[in-house]
Design a protein around this ligand. Structure first.
Ligand code: WT7
Length: 671
C-alpha cells in the first residue's frame, strides 16, 4: 500500500510505548468463515437487502455474520428473544474473539497496512501504526493485564485521551475477555469513581488544544473513594513525572517486558464486550452493555455501507473514544473492516480553525465523520480556513450526535464538500450500537434531503407511536420513535440492573424498543428526528440528564431547590439553563452561582455547567409537587404568550414571578 510506504516514521516513544517492533507471530486460529476485507453483504442491493432484512432478520443477519466475521466455532441459533424481556440475543452458541477479527485476520494478509493514524495534538506530528504493530501493542498490553491478575469478566476503566495505546487497551481487554469501560477524559474524579471498575488504565497527563490535562491526578482522587480499584496502569503521554503510589504500575515498562504474543480468549457471542455509561432522564448514568458478535458485526456493516467505505480508504472519525461514536466508528467498525482509521487527539480550532481541513489534506482522508457543534463553530470563522486546503480526497461526509441545522448542513455540504461529496446525517444512540437511520451514499446521492437522517438501515424497522401507544401509519405524521424488530447491535442490558433496562426501553410501548426521541415521517416516507421527548439534553453532542445537573447542585447549603432545562444554543446545539431558589436572598448571589458551577464541573464535567442561572422565589409546581419544566422552557424560549395548560399549577401567580426574574436577568446580562 502506498500509504504504508510513505508514512512518517516517528520514534516509537511518540506512541507512548518504547517497544522493539519485530515481526509478530500470528496466533494459530481455527476458522470457519472467510473474512479479511470489509464486511460484505450477499449479492443484491439496497432494496433487496432492506426487504430481506425486514422480512427475515434472523436469516439475513446469520448469512452476513457467517461471511463477515471470523468464528472459532459457528453459532447454532441466529436470534432468540431474551427470556427476561428486553433485547434479543444473537448468534447463540457461536464463539469468537473480537481482537482477532480486528487485528490478526488483517495481519495475516497485510501486516504492513496502516491501521491507525494518530493525529496528535501537536500539529504535523502524526504517527502511523500498522496492523502488525497494533497487534504487538495489544498483546503486550493484554499480557501485562494478565500478569496483574486481570481475568475474563473483570472491569477495566480506560481513562485516556485517544491514542494507539488507548485503542490497544480496548483491544487488549477484548483479547483476554475483560470488559472495558472507557471514561471520557473530560469527566471528573467523582464521575470516574461512580463507575463499577476493578482497575484503571490512564496516562500521566493528556494534551488537548496545547493544554495539559492532569489525568493521573484525577484518577488519584477517584481512587480515594473507590476501594474496588486494585491497579492503576499509568502510561506516559508527556515527559512530566507524576506521583506514583503502591497501586500504580508504569505501563510501558511492563509492556516492554511482556511477551508480544497473547493467545486470544474464545468468547461466547453474548459475553460482555464493554459497557459505556450514558445519561438517562432519571438517576445516575447507566452502564449500557454491549456484547461481542452482534455489536462487532453491526458496527462493521454500518461502517462499510453508510460511509461507502472501500478498502484502502482513510477513514476519519474525529470523535473521542470516550463516546459510542469512537467505539463503533474509530475502533471496532473500521478495524474489523481492515480500514485505516484516524485518531484525532486535538480540537477543531487548535492551532487554528483550519485544523480539520489541513489534516484532511495531509492525511488524504476519504470519509470525514464529525459533530454538528464543531461545524457550527467553524462556520463562524469563515470559508478561507477551509478553502486554503485541498479536500479532493474527501468522498463522504458524516454528521452525528445531535440534529444538524440547515445552515450547518449547507456549509458542510457546499463549503467543505464542494457540493461533490455525499453528506450523511446519521441517527443512532449509545444503546443502538451503530447507525440506525441514515441515507446510503452509494445508492442515492442525488436524492439526499438536507439535514435529514432519512432511511432506516437494513433490518431497522422504525415505527411512530401516538400518545395512546398505537402505531401511527401513513406519511406526513409525527410520533414517538420506536424500533419494531431486533437487530444485532442493540445493547443487551444496563449493567447490574436489567429491570431498569426493560423499564427504560421496552415498557412504554410493549414489544417495541423506545428510543426516547420523536420523529416525523415525511410525505416521501423519510424520517426526520425532532429531538428528545424526555428530560435528556444534548450539549455539543454530549448527552446529559437535567436531573443529573440538578443532583450535582443539590448539596449546596444555600440552595434548597433547582430546576434545569435545555435551551437552544447557537454553537452547542443545546445548553443548560438553571433556575434556583435561595434559602435567603443574600448579597452573595453571584458567589453562590459560581459555587454551583464549580460543583457541576467537579461532580460531572465542565461541559455540563449551566450557561445561565436565574434566581427565583419558587419553582413552578403542580398540585402534586412536580416541577413543570415545560413552563420554564417556554419562558427561556420567550414563548410566554403561549404557556399551554397551566391549570394544574399549585399557584398560577408563579408564572409572572418567573417571567419577571427572567426579564431582570436578561437586562442585567444582555442574554
Ligand atoms: C441521542 C443519542 C449517536 C452517537 C452519539 C450520540 C441524539 C444522535 C442524531 C442525529 C438528531 C441525534 C438523539 C439520540 N442524536 N444523532 N443525527 N439527529 N439527533 O449518542 O450520547 O447515546 O445520544 O443523540 O437525541 O437519542 P448518545
Amino acid at each position: 500500500m502506498a500509504l504504508a510506504a510513505a508514512r512518517a516514521r516517528l520514534p516509537l516513544r511518540a506512541l507512548g510505548c518504547p517497544l522493539p517492533h519485530g515481526l509478530v507471530p500470528v496466533a494459530a486460529r481455527r476458522c470457519c468463515g472467510e473474512a479479511g476485507g470489509p464486511a460484505a453483504l450477499p449479492p443484491g442491493g439496497y432494496g433487496v437487502w432492506q426487504e430481506r432484512a425486514a422480512r427475515d432478520p434472523a436469516g439475513f443477519w446469520a448469512e452476513v455474520a457467517r461471511g463477515a466475521l471470523r468464528w472459532d466455532s459457528p453459532f447454532h441459533t441466529a436470534c432468540q428473544a431474551c427470556p427476561a424481556g428486553g433485547a434479543a440475543r444473537w448468534f447463540l452458541g457461536g464463539r469468537l474473539n473480537v481482537s482477532v477479527n480486528c487485528l490478526d485476520q488483517h495481519v495475516e494478509k497485510s501486516p504492513d497496512r496502516v491501521a491507525l493514524i494518530w493525529e496528535r495534538d501537536e500539529p504535523g506530528t502524526a504517527v502511523h501504526v500498522t496492523y502488525r504493530e497494533l497487534l504487538d501493542l495489544t498483546c503486550r498490553l493484554a499480557n501485562t493485564l494478565k500478569k496483574y491478575g486481570i481475568q475474563k469478566g473483570d472491569k477495566v476503566a480506560i481513562y485516556m485521551s485517544v491514542s494507539p495505546l488507548s485503542v490497544a487497551a480496548m483491544l487488549a481487554c477484548a483479547r483476554i475477555g475483560a470488559v472495558h469501560t472507557v471514561v471520557f477524559a473530560g469527566f471528573s474524579a467523582e464521575s470516574l469513581a461512580g463507575r463499577i471498575i476493578d482497575s484503571v488504565i490512564t496516562y500521566n497527563q493528556a494534551v488537548r488544544g496545547g493544554r495539559i490535562i492532569e489525568l493521573k491526578r484525577t484518577v488519584d482522587e477517584a481512587v480515594k473513594n473507590c476501594p474496588s480499584i486494585k491497579h492503576v496502569f499509568v502510561a506516559q503521554r508527556t515527559d512530566n513525572k507524576v506521583w506514583m503510589g503502591d497501586r500504580d504500575i508504569p505501563l510501558e515498562e511492563e509492556m516492554a517486558k511482556a511477551a508480544s504474543v497473547c493467545a486470544p480468549e474464545s468468547m461466547d457471542s453474548e459475553d460482555m464486550l464493554f459497557m459505556l455509561y450514558t445519561s438517562g432522564s432519571t438517576g445516575k448514568p447507566k452502564g449500557i452493555v454491549h456484547t461481542q458478535a452482534g455489536y462487532l458485526l453491526y458496527s462493521a456493516v454500518t461502517h462499510k455501507y453508510v460511509f461507502d467505505y472501500q478498502q484502502g480508504d482513510v477513514f476519519g472519525c474525529v470523535a473521542d473514544i470516550g463516546w459510542i461514536t469512537g467505539h463503533s466508528y474509530v475502533v471496532y467498525g473500521p478495524l474489523c473492516n481492515g480500514a485505516t482509521s484516524v485518531l484525532f487527539e486535538s480540537t477543531p480550532v487548535y492551532p487554528d480553525p483550519g485544523r480539520y481541513w489541513e489534516m484532511v489534506q495531509r492525511l488524504k482522508i476519504n470519509q470525514f465523520y464529525g459533530a454538528p457543534t464543531a461545524i457550527r463553530l467553524l462556520l463562524n470563522y469563515g470559508e478561507e480556513w477551509v478553502k486554503k486546503y485541498d479536500r479532493s480526497s474527501l468522498k463522504t461526509l458524516g454528521s452525528v450526535g445531535e440534529p444538524i441545522n440547515n445552515e450547518a448542513w449547507q456549509w458542510f455540504y457546499h463549503v467543505v464538500g464542494e457540493g461533490r461529496c455525499t453528506l450523511v446525517d446519521t441517527w443512532w444512540q449509545t444503546e443502538t450500537g451503530g447507525i440506525c437511520i441514515a441515507p446510503r451514499p452509494s445508492e442515492e446521492k442525488a436524492e439526499i434531503v438536507p439535514a435529514m437522517a432519512m432511511r432506516p438501515f437494513f433490518g431497522i424497522v422504525p415505527v411512530l407511536m401516538d400518545d395512546n401507544g398505537k402505531v401511527i401509519e401513513g406519511v406526513d405524521v409525527s410520533g414517538a420513535l420506536c424500533i419494531a424488530q431486533p437487530w444485532p447491535g442493540m445493547a443487551r442490558t444496563i449493567f447490574g440492573d436489567h429491570q431498569r433496562f426493560v423499564d427504560a426501553y421496552f415498557k412504554a410501548y410493549p414489544g417495541y424498543y423506545f428510543t426516547g426521541d420523536g420523529a416525523y415521517r415525511t410525505k416521501k416516507g423519510y424520517y426526520q428526528i425532532t429531538g428528545r421527548m424526555d428530560d435528556v439534553i444534548n450539549i455539543s453532542g454530549h448527552r446529559l440528564g437535567t436531573a443529573e445537573i440538578e443532583d450535582a447542585m443539590a448539596d449546596h447549603p444555600e440552595v434548597p431547590e433547582t430546576a434545569v432545562i435545555g435551551y437552544p444554543h447557537k454553537i452547542k446545539g443545546e445548553g443548560a439553563f438553571a433556575f434556583i431558589v435561595l434559602k435567603e436572598q443574600t448579597a452573595h448571589t453571584d458567589h453562590v452561582k459560581e459555587e454551583l458551577k464549580t460543583m457541576v464541573a467537579s461532580k460531572i464535567a465542565k461541559y455540563a455547567v449551566p450557561d445561565h442561572i436565574v434566581v427565583v422565589k419558587r419553582l413552578p409546581k403542580t398540585r402534586s409537587g412536580k416541577i413543570m419544566r415545560r413552563l420554564l422552557r417556554k419562558v427561556v424560549t420567550e414563548q410566554s404568550n403561549n404557556m399551554g395548560d397551566v391549570t394544574t399549577l399549585d399557584d398560577p401567580s408563579v408564572v409572572k414571578e418567573i417571567l419577571d426574574a427572567y426579564q431582570k436577568y436578561k437586562e442585567k446580562t444582555s442574554l
